[in-house]
Design a protein around this ligand. Structure first.
Ligand SMILES: [Zn+2]
Length: 108
């Protein structure tokens, strides 16, 4: 499958919270209490493996609000100026366009 043509399905917030709860409960059964960050990391890894992605976060203000999920399923936000004319968005490592099926275009 070409990863540039097939969009990964984005979970709803409810689906994501349910998945995170199940991961925390499974860890607890093994005697481990996960931090929220560890839970998010594990859920993102599981979702990515299944071709799914967590709901995008609220973009940080003060920069372009374009969002894109990286290869690990973690959301990156464009670091360029709000409303930049360049069609490429970038967080300094990843570069993407609004045409990509996984991209969330700027909200301005
Ligand atoms: Zn941008």
């Amino acid at each position: 499958m070409d990863e540039n043509t097939a969009a990964r399905r984005v979970l709803t917030n409810d689906e994501y919270q349910d998945a995170a709860r199940r991961v925390r409960e499974a860890a607890r059964r093994s005697g481990t209490t996960l931090t929220p960050a560890a839970t998010d990391d594990i859920v993102a890894a599981l979702l990515t493996n299944a071709g799914l992605v967590a709901p995008p976060p609220e973009p940080e203000p003060g920069a372009c609000t374009a969002l894109f999920p990286d290869g690990e399923g973690l959301w990156a936000q464009c670091e360029q100026d709000l409303g930049h004319a360049d069609e490429y968005h970038s967080d300094g490592e990843l570069e993407w366009t609004d045409d990509h099926p996984d991209a969330v275009p700027p909200q301005c």
